[in-house]
Ligand binder design. Structure first.
Ligand code: CA
Length: 360
């Protein structure tokens, strides 16, 4: 399993009365066997629906997906993840039918599993998972939204997105229908990769370029999450904003098997020591010539105070200085107010959706 450095923050934003986003991190006490079979799962959900509905839906989603993923004995993480998301959908949909106070609720979700060299990512709705590699940001998920569909169809150009009346209208959500089809994506990880799981409250306020620049400059994953949320709030904070950053640093934490000791001539030790010194010098050069590289890696959820399911208030983060120039902040495009679709709208809009796909 790779060594991970994890940062997480969710914030109500500057306009909304409640925070209807939730996230979940892998349990800190996962055994070696579970880690080898299941890896580490991260989830972000963005709830919607009147009164308590949005909060209920997103909270239920992250908890249920986490529990079902690790509880499923099937030796196929992809199946386990899709099953967990479907079960979360069933729970939210049934509760919405049962409880009139929650009847219009729904939630997006994006989930990412880090399992050895493999990344497995899923989504429903417009919460996203990005792969940040070098100077680039690759959106691993595809939004289930009218605007994303229109962009794929070519009926809307990227510069028309900002003012589009359907901006923010999603076409797939957990809870709005009896069944749901999550999309799944696979990727191979590389040393230095970072994953960002976020709600649209972040991506509507920050360009991909600013996200990459902010994360690259951060001291560690927690600093990256804090700065991303801070910047989204400075740019308007028109929605709840959540950022979970996972740095996949360096080599595997599991030590390579050590060979049995043998008698070795003394000159070989001297040769090895010399080679080691050269290697260390080269490593130092490489490290110093790679800007933005994070320092020591920490194990996931090493902080015992970090909640498994989080709604960490970020008021303190807002007051902290952000190491970003005014030019960059000013360069971020300001969007029109984002409309959030009601679940009844989603049901109607889902008819227009294209069939679910599972990219290779
Ligand atoms: Ca949102």
């Amino acid at each position: 399993q790779p060594r991970l450095d994890v940062g997480q923050l969710t914030h109500r934003g500057q306009v909304r009365e409640r925070n209807e986003d939730h996230f979940a991190l892998p349990p800190p006490n996962l055994g070696a066997e579970t880690l080898a079979a299941k890896g580490r799962l991260f989830v972000v959900a963005d709830g919607m629906g009147g009164h308590e509905g949005g909060q209920w839906a997103s909270h239920s989603a992250v908890q249920r997906i986490m529990a079902e993923y690790y509880g499923d004995p099937t030796p196929d993480p992809q199946y386990s993840l899709a099953r967990a998301i479907r079960l979360a959908n069933t729970e939210i949909h049934q509760e919405a039918q049962r409880n009139p106070a929650l009847e219009r609720m729904g939630t997006t979700v994006t989930a990412a599993v880090i399992l050895g060299q493999n990344l497995l990512v899923a989504n429903v709705g417009d919460s996203r998972t990005y792969l940040l590699r070098g100077a680039g940001a690759k959106q691993l998920t595809q939004d289930h939204s009218l605007i994303a569909q229109a962009l794929r169809d070519g009926t809307v150009t990227p510069d028309q997105v900002e003012m589009h009346p359907y901006r923010g209208v999603i076409t797939r959500a957990l809870g709005s229908r009896p069944t749901v089809q999550p999309d799944l994506f696979r990727e191979k990880r590389q040393p230095g990769d970072r994953l960002l799981l976020c709600s649209d409250g972040l991506t509507n306020e920050l360009s991909d370029e600013l996200i990459v620049a902010t994360v690259s400059r951060s001291k560690n994953a927690q600093d990256a999450s804090r700065q991303l949320v801070s910047l989204a709030n400075r740019n308007g904070g028109r929605d709840n904003v959540t950022a979970v950053v996972v740095s996949l640093n360096g080599a595997s934490a599991a030590a390579a098997p050590v060979a049995a000791p043998r008698r070795v001539p003394a000159w070989l030790f001297l040769l090895a020591a010399g080679a080691l010194a050269v290697a260390l010098a080269l490593t130092a050069v490489v490290v110093f010539y790679r800007p933005g590289r994070t320092g020591t890696a920490t194990m996931v959820a090493a902080d015992p105070s970090s909640a498994l399911v989080g709604t960490v208030s970020a008021d303190a983060a807002l007051e902290s200085p952000v190491a970003t120039s005014v030019d960059e902040v000013a360069a971020v495009p300001r969007s029109s107010a984002t409309a959030t679709a009601t679940v009844s709208e989603l049901v109607a809009l889902a008819e227009t959706e294209t069939p679910a796909s599972l990219p290779p």
